[in-house]
Design a protein around this ligand. Structure first.
Ligand code: BES
Ligand code: MN
Ligand code: ZN
Length: 513
């Protein structure tokens, strides 16, 4: 993304911009007419007239495009509703709404006005750095849509230059450094999310396990990170029965991918980030129904989230250690595929009775956790499009979580509050664990429909060897049928930013002592 971001560089000269973005609160519109206070007398008047008619009410995410017809240097102004107490999430949403409006008028060089009121509200809420980051993320992420593979490709609209302009008498020069830091972080985060979205949107015939490994290798090379890609023979040597079992039904063999990030050689602690990488999930012998099956290209959304996070971590180079693990396979029915009733021996030595071949994610993730642990991970977070049940419970509004460690979950939760990616914790009462006991093996791979997200999560947790572990079920949030806020239709890249915030915060906490 080649967007150029600046703070306070254009000053009063907005002639270079195609459009101006001005965040407005209801309060400003209700206030006694103070002609010119918002932009300029005639334009302010037109905006207030729209408000009086109830057409533009400055509701959150509401936008109004006003042509300036020579009254102002920029050709258009995008008025965007905002609540000054909407927090960092409100800022990201407002910027996203503005971006969608900018795309309508093809305005690629823009100025974002930061009114005195708005700047003051940052002081009270999240601070300038996080505000800058949220606004940048909103602008960039809302525009990153799926690129269809057409004969005549239509070019994706992107912003070329964004200049944030502080306003008011004491035009905040002292926050310039913070703002630039937040802006650059926002851009980097958006790039990581974009990578995750692009990978997830790839069709299954383009993205086999081998191809996913190739993309991981590219990333590792770019970031100068150590990577191991284990093929089916190497996986067999390491007795990865879960990964091999799921992969055996497909002509496209499975892979176990491990990327190492070493930012603190003096520490024995390492984050294990494990992402489900099913490049296509037919359900296997327990075949899924045809309706909507094409969405199963997104069954590697967890893997994509981990790779997106690694891109950001590799650029920011925090003083922490990360072991990123991606077990990847294609879940197909065939004469060689696993069948219900089969028993698999996992890398950990545990045995699993297959009762439903469509519960494949937990099988590859089990070996993923074991792989992370053998490579030195001491805290585990797995991200997976694991269960349809999570969207029955939470819809597309939140990612479901299961954990064995409330302390670690709290860290995930506070990271998610900063990123606006909602996470909701399910209970893990001991009774749920009984539902995945088997008569034929240590465990069975499905506890049935009821409580499916919890039993699915706890199955994975069984392989954590008692280490702190959080499972994030993104089956409802990784893919959307309609765009919203900063997330487009299709792949969302959800949890990329939350994973990064989680591991970065660890570094900060350690630095503080
Ligand atoms: N990949 C699916 C889960 C999924 C469903 C993701 C819808 C995204 C949208 C997963 O592998 C699966 O098939 N889960 C089963 C589990 C069941 C067999 C225990 C499910 O949810 O039905
Ligand atoms: Mn499945
Ligand atoms: Zn799946």
């Amino acid at each position: 993304m080649g967007v150029q971001l600046t703070y306070g560089a254009r000053g009063a000269d907005q002639a270079a911009s195609d459009a101006l973005v001005r965040f407005v609160s209801k309060k400003e519109l209700i206030q006694e007419e103070n002609a010119g206070a918002i932009i300029q007398p005639q334009i302010d008047h037109a905006l207030r007239a729209l408000y009086a008619k109830g057409l533009f009410k400055a509701e959150p995410e509401q936008t109004e495009i006003v042509a300036t017809l020579g009254l102002y240097p920029a050709a258009h102004i995008v008025f965007t509703g905002i609540e000054h107490d909407g927090g960092v999430r409100g800022l990201r949403l407002a910027a996203a709404a503005a971006a969608i409006a900018l795309k309508k008028i093809r305005a690629a060089n823009i100025t974002v006005l930061l009114s005195e009121d708005l700047l003051l509200s940052f002081d009270k809420s999240c601070g300038a750095e996080l505000a800058a980051q949220a606004l940048t993320e909103g602008l960039l992420l809302a525009l990153h849509v799926r690129e269809p593979l057409k004969r005549e490709p239509n070019e994706r609209f992107t912003l070329k230059a964004v200049s944030f302009e502080p306003q008011g008498a004491n035009a905040k020069a002292e926050i310039k450094a913070l703002w630039e830091q937040g802006m650059n972080k926002g851009k980097l985060y958006a790039e990581g999310v974009s990578l995750a979205r692009d990978l997830t949107n790839l069709p299954g015939n383009d993205l086999t396990p081998e191809r996913l490994a190739y993309h991981a290798e590219e990333l590792a090379r770019e970031l100068d990170l150590e990577i191991e890609v284990m093929d089916e023979w190497s996986a067999a040597e390491q007795r990865m029965g879960g990964l091999l079992g799921v992969g055996q039904g497909s002509i496209n063999p499975p892979r176990m991918i491990v990327i190492h990030y070493k930012g603190d050689s003096s520490s024995d602690e390492a984050w294990g980030l494990i992402g489900k990488g099913i490049t296509f999930d037919t359900g296997g012998i327990s075949l899924k129904r045809a309706d909507g099956m094409q969405e199963m290209i997104s069954d590697m959304g967890g893997a994509a989230a981990v790779l997106g996070a690694m891109r950001i971590i590799g650029e920011l180079k925090p003083a922490i250690n990360v072991v990123a693990v991606i077990p990847t396979a294609e879940n197909m029915p065939s004469d060689r595929a696993i069948k219900p009733g089969d028993v698999l021996r996992m890398m950990s030595g545990h045995t699993v009775e297959i009762v439903n071949t469509d519960a494949e994610g937990r099988l590859v993730l089990a070996d993923g956790l074991t792989t992370a642990i053998t490579r030195g991970a001491t805290r585990l977070v797995d991200v997976a499009t694991l269960t349809g049940a999570v969207s029955v419970a939470l819809g597309t509004e939140a990612t479901g979580a299961v954990t064995n460690n409330d302390e670690l979950f709290k860290q995930v939760q506070s990271a998610s509050e900063r990123t606006g990616e909602r996470v909701w914790l399910f209970p893990s009462y001991p009774e749920y664990k009984k539902k995945i006991r088997s008569d034929a093996a240590d465990l069975k791979n499905s506890g049935g429909r009821y409580g499916g997200t919890i039993t699915g999560g706890l199955f994975i947790g069984h392989f954590a060897e008692g280490l702190p572990w959080v499972h994030l079920d993104i089956a409802g949030t990784a893919w959307l049928d309609a765009g919203r806020g900063w997330e487009p239709k299709g792949a969302t890249g959800v949890m990329v930013r939350t994973l990064v915030e989680l591991v970065l915060h660890q570094e900060e906490a350690e630095r503080r002592g």
